[in-house]
Design a protein around this ligand. Structure first.
Ligand code: HEM
Length: 403
């Protein structure tokens, strides 16, 4: 077996050229051992069928405590930064049944389709206000002016976070997903957790018509969320609900600008926006490489046997570009049937916020194409830079001309 020194690394070079790198791996070694930037060796699953099956295979589990033990075994010196930070790790995304089932049931009762649908007019209003403000300029950074503030305002409003704290949220979530400065990440996590404890106490004292109050009050057979579970659940919703949607908007606009005939098609018929959002999710989904699991027993994937107790990366971005699933996968086409993409995952952990993300993405792209039909890049699109993160696939900036 090769040593980790010889394995491909998810480094900045890899991130900058993601799809080309995955194309090679998929064709040559579809189950490829790789190393994270922190030095953690893992098994990357890169083909669509394998990835989809992996996401419903109970032998590929998530429990963060077991993941931690495996990392300790691989890296007894502790030089690999733990991907998890104890108190906040205890949420459903990092747990298996029955713990996962219990938490998901409770949150689903509070985070209903109706709550998302009721939010639609507010999302439209927030988007319209941001577009108004943008129209005072000839050029803006689309991320700064639109893609960042929209989802953070929506998720803060959904949960009932006060206006005055929203800039803090943006700073914290940014730091939490940045792979380059572990200490900054740790401090941001603690600051956010402290604030959430305060916020929950305030909602208990004064219940409101928001998701946080609903989460506090939700019950299932006399079961409810404990204080610690509430904090980590809200933390999960904030982080999962913010940075992902930012990049859905940013990556969608980038793809449309790089393919002017697709922008023209959307301009001619804004009702194509649902297809544009699905194709963006498939083509350049906001969750980059994929998602972490560990093997609870040896698992055969394709021609490879992954031993028990190994870390596995299910490659969502790669799966969505698998030519065996999507013809001509590197063509961005808002009229294609992108259904079945894995950008929201699959199986029991399928993204809980997918309906909200779709509403936000559709309102954002429609608002842009209707208000700024002549939107154009304000620089070379070949020069765009991707953020360096093992989780998030998004741009650093996206300068655009509005007219
Ligand atoms: C889970 C992607 C937006 C909340 C997931 C997973 C993916 C994902 C891939 C599954 C991860 C896994 O299997 O390990 C995305 C993308 C989004 C988005 C691409 C935007 C375009 C949101 C929003 C929210 C949210 C807006 C909430 C407000 C969650 C939660 C889970 C989750 C709570 C965990 C579900 C579970 O473990 O059962 N998301 N997400 N996401 N997402 Fe999203």
């Amino acid at each position: 077996m090769s040593t980790t020194a010889e394995l491909p690394v998810f480094d900045e070079e890899f991130v900058a050229d993601l799809h080309a790198k995955y194309r090679e791996i998929r064709a040559e070694t579809p189950v490829q051992r790789m190393v994270t930037p922190q030095g953690l060796p893992l098994w990357a699953i890169t083909r669509y069928e394998d990835a989809r099956n992996a996401l419903t295979d109970p032998r590929l589990a998530k429990d963060f405590r077991r993941t931690g033990e495996i990392i300790d075994r691989i890296d007894p010196e502790g030089s690999v930064r733990r991907p998890f930070n104890s108190a906040l790790s205890e949420q459903m995304l990092n747990l298996d049944p029955p713990d996962h089932t219990r938490l998901r049931k409770l949150v689903v009762k509070a985070f209903t389709a109706r709550r998302v649908e009721n939010l639609r007019p507010r999302v439209e209003q927030i988007a319209a206000d941001l577009l108004d403000r943008m129209s005072e300029h000839d050029e803006v950074d689309l991320l700064d002016a639109f893609a960042f503030p929209l989802p953070i305002q929506v998720i803060c409003e959904l949960l009932g976070v006060e206006e005055g704290r929203r800039d803090d949220f943006r700073r914290w979530t940014n730091a939490l997903l940045d792979a380059s400065e572990p200490e900054v990440t740790r401090r941001a996590g603690l600051a956010m957790a402290d604030y959430l404890v305060e916020l929950i106490a305030a909602k208990r004292a004064r219940p409101a018509d928001d998701l946080l109050t609903a989460l506090i009050e939700t019950t299932e057979d006399s079961d409810r969320l404990s204080e610690a579970e509430l904090v980590s659940m809200v933390f999960l919703l904030l982080v999962a609900g913010h940075e992902t949607t930012v990049n859905l908007i940013g990556n969608g606009v980038l793809a449309l600008l790089r393919n002017p005939e697709q922008w023209a098609a959307l301009k001619a018929d804004p009702d194509l926006v649902a297809g544009a959002v699905e194709e963006t999710l498939r083509f350049d989904g906001p969750v980059m490489h994929g998602t972490l699991r560990h093997t609870t027993e040896p698992v055969t994937v394709g021609e490879v046997i992954i031993p028990e107790g190994e870390i596995v990366w299910v490659g969502l971005a790669s799966a969505n570009h698998d030519p065996d699933r999507y013809a001509d996968p590197e063509r961005f086409d808002i009229n294609r049937d992108a259904q079945g993409h894995l950008a929201f995952g699959h199986g029991i952990h399928f993204c809980l916020g997918a309906p909200l993300a779709r509403v936000e993405g559709q309102i954002a792209l429609r608002g842009l194409v209707e208000r700024f039909p002549d939107l154009a890049p304000a620089g070379e699109l070949d020069d765009v830079r991707w953020r360096f993160s093992t989780l998030i696939h998004g741009l650093k900036t996206l300068p655009v001309r509005l007219r």
